[in-house]
Design a protein around this ligand. Structure first.
Ligand SMILES: *[C@@H]1O[C@H](CO)[C@@H](O)[C@H](O)[C@H]1NC(C)=O
Ligand SMILES: *[C@@H]1O[C@H](CO)[C@@H](O)[C@H](O)[C@H]1NC(C)=O
Ligand SMILES: *[C@@H]1O[C@H](CO)[C@@H](O)[C@H](O)[C@H]1NC(C)=O
Ligand SMILES: *[C@@H]1O[C@H](CO)[C@@H](O)[C@H](O)[C@H]1NC(C)=O
Length: 336
């Protein structure tokens, strides 16, 4: 009996998908075997696959420059849901599954709407669980809000892979600096902009006015927003606002804003994102690529599993024969 129980346990543990472990590895500057999985409840639309490919291809170039020629995306598997039509070009997945995907495409999780996010509940420098993009984010352009999707991907990848945090803070958009000025929570402080309150908006243009100081808090009034100038010279940071054209780098020890009340400073003891990234395992093994050539574009594999049913047959009679039968049945079901 004990033997049988152990056997069944072994089978179950062995054949069920493993709990959250990414297959991504970094070899010779290239990330390999990233899994991007589409949720089975997402309606079929091939444009999604195209959009994922474009996003990752664009991201690879941004990542390469932002990491000073250290890393790029070499190959990626896109897991197509069983609910979509099959195609001869689709391959069978091996270990890839939705549950252990690095990136999921799924309907919005209420709290975030269409905003991409990365689930990372670890400490500074620890890896996250997954990145979530919604179909709407991938299918409709919202350039002024997010910037190019490739840049968004790099922002999320930095959360997922290197455990760095946001440098904005919607709950504390302003703070009082050591010089006793009101500053927008940002990195770097070279990002210029104006602090305004929107009064009336009609047909895409708004009447704004300057923010007033609240005598109680010493900060600006609650409705005040920092609007960065469209035209900037600051290159950092990707973890603040990747949507700004000039922004292509992470804040470094030199440019990092240690005063801003943001999650990066809180979680990483006021260290810059670039310093945290440089200390990651990835960067211990990746020296910058020599020469001036760009790395190759990422290669995509499209994977789709066939519908399959796995059921466990439990038998109460004591003979070894049933154990054997059970084994064979189980093996057969797995291999369909
Ligand atoms: C990615 O590239 C590596 C090295 O060339 C290879 O071993 C691996 O099978 C590739 N994976 C995919 C999904 O193409
Ligand atoms: C796929 O998405 C695009 C962009 O939203 C839309 O124009 C197109 O009609 C969709 N196709 C299908 C088959 O739903
Ligand atoms: C763009 O983003 C805004 C704000 O998040 C949202 O209200 C709007 O629906 C988005 N537009 C599209 C086309 O996704
Ligand atoms: C940029 O921001 C500064 C405030 O930091 C403002 O004085 C200036 O007028 C802005 N420039 C443009 C072109 O909006």
């Amino acid at each position: 009996m004990v033997f049988r129980l152990k056997l069944i346990l072994f089978l179950v543990l062995h054949f069920l998908p493993k709990v959250k472990s990414s297959m991504v590895s970094l070899n010779n500057n290239g990330y390999e075997d990233i899994v991007i999985a589409i949720n089975p409840s997402v309606p079929e639309n091939e444009t999604l696959i195209q959009s994922i490919k474009e996003m990752v291809t664009e991201a690879s170039t941004y990542l390469f420059h932002a990491t000073e020629r250290r890393v790029y995306f070499r190959n990626v598997s896109i897991l197509i849901p069983v609910t979509w039509e099959s195609k001869s070009e689709y391959l069978m997945p091996k270990q890839e599954s939705y549950d252990q995907a690095d990136v999921i495409v799924a309907d919005p999780y209420l709290k975030y709407g269409d905003d991409p996010y990365t689930l990372q509940y670890g400490q500074c420098g620890e890896k996250g669980q997954y990145i979530h993009f919604t179909p709407n984010f991938l299918l409709t352009d919202n350039m002024s809000i997010y910037g190019p999707r490739g840049k968004v991907f790099v922002h999320e990848w930095a959360h997922l892979r290197w455990g760095v945090f946001d440098e904005y803070n919607v709950d504390r958009p302003f703070y009082i600096s050591r010089k006793n000025t009101i500053e927008a929570t940002r990195c770097s402080t070279h990002i210029t902009g104006m602090n305004v309150v929107f009064n009336e908006c009609k047909g895409g243009s708004c009447i704004t006015r300057q923010c007033r100081r609240d005598s109680k808090t010493g900060l600006y009034e609650a409705k005040c927003t920092f609007i960065p100038n469209k035209s900037q010279t600051a290159r950092d940071s990707i973890m603040f606002m990747q949507n700004l054209n000039s922004v292509t780098e992470f804040c470094t020890a030199k440019t990092h804003n240690t005063e801003a009340p943001n999650l990066q400073n809180k979680m990483c003891n006021h260290k810059s994102t670039w310093d945290v990234i440089k200390e990651s395992d990835d960067f211990q093994n990746a020296s910058p690529m020599t020469g001036t050539n760009l790395p190759p574009h990422p290669i995509f594999s499209l994977l789709k599993s066939k519908h399959r049913v796995v059921c466990l047959v439990l038998d109460k009679s004591g003979s070894m024969n049933t154990v054997r039968q059970f084994l064979l049945t189980f093996k057969y079901l797995i291999e369909i």
